[in-house]
Write a protein that binds this ligand. Structure first.
Ligand code: ZN
Ligand code: ZN
Length: 216
């Protein structure tokens, strides 16, 4: 699927995603529970593909659906009691812009590797054998599960903005995994609200970024 058709598909199914996201948050009431659930879903679809219980088209579609639903649900949870439906609406173009281009690349890369019987991870190509599946799973998790942190933070940001907070600051967890940019954002201290990026944006930690944001 190319970017244009995947955006078209997502736009057409938009209302479905919104209602599925609302069902998800009814069942998984915290971001942690949502992430845990999405870890399980990631495993299920990779096993489905591996065991050939799922055709490629179905895998592709499910990965797209679950990525978008999970991101919307995370925004909803972050927005809490501050009109979460409106926050999902606001976040939708951001979710599309952040997630769809890498998904398109990821899917075409996976398809090519599956067809060639090999999986390329970074610069090394290995046979698409037993050990390729855990690596594929690792990457699927980075669409379905770990981005919940950043999208939860986005929902929380939209809520604080509504509530009239004026300043924000990023607290970077000071360990070896924190990248240079995260350290820089941390050192900026208090800044006008809306001027600092959400965790995982403009940084090399990507979806693994666990910086958190405070408001005042
Ligand atoms: Zn970082
Ligand atoms: Zn960070």
């Amino acid at each position: 699927m190319d970017l244009l058709s995947i955006v078209g598909l997502a736009t057409k199914r938009r209302e479905d995603y919104f209602s599925q996201a609302k069902l998800l948050v009814k069942k998984y009431k915290t971001r942690e529970l949502l992430e845990e659930r999405m870890l399980k879903e990631s495993k299920a679809i990779v096993v489905g593909l591996q065991m050939k219980q799922m055709r490629w088209e179905e895998y592709e579609r499910t990965l797209l659906d679950k990525t978008l639903t999970s991101a919307l649900a995370a925004v909803y949870l972050g927005a809490a009691d501050s009109n979460p439906n409106a926050k999902m609406e606001k976040a939708w173009p951001i979710i599309i812009g952040d997630m769809l281009p890498p998904i398109v690349n990821f899917l075409s890369e996976t398809k090519e590797n599956l067809d060639n019987g090999a999986l390329r991870i970074g610069d090394t190509t290995i046979d698409f054998s037993e050990q390729s599946w855990p690596q594929l799973l690792g990457r699927v998790i980075r669409y379905l599960a770990t981005p919940t942190y950043s999208f939860f933070s986005l929902g929380d940001f939209l809520r604080r903005e509504d509530q009239g907070y004026k300043e924000m600051r990023r607290i970077g967890i000071d360990d070896s995994r924190t990248c240079e940019n995260c350290g820089r954002f941390h050192n900026l201290g208090w800044q006008p609200i809306g001027t600092l990026p959400m965790p995982g944006r403009d940084c090399q930690c990507f979806d693994r970024c666990r910086c958190f944001i405070e408001y005042r």
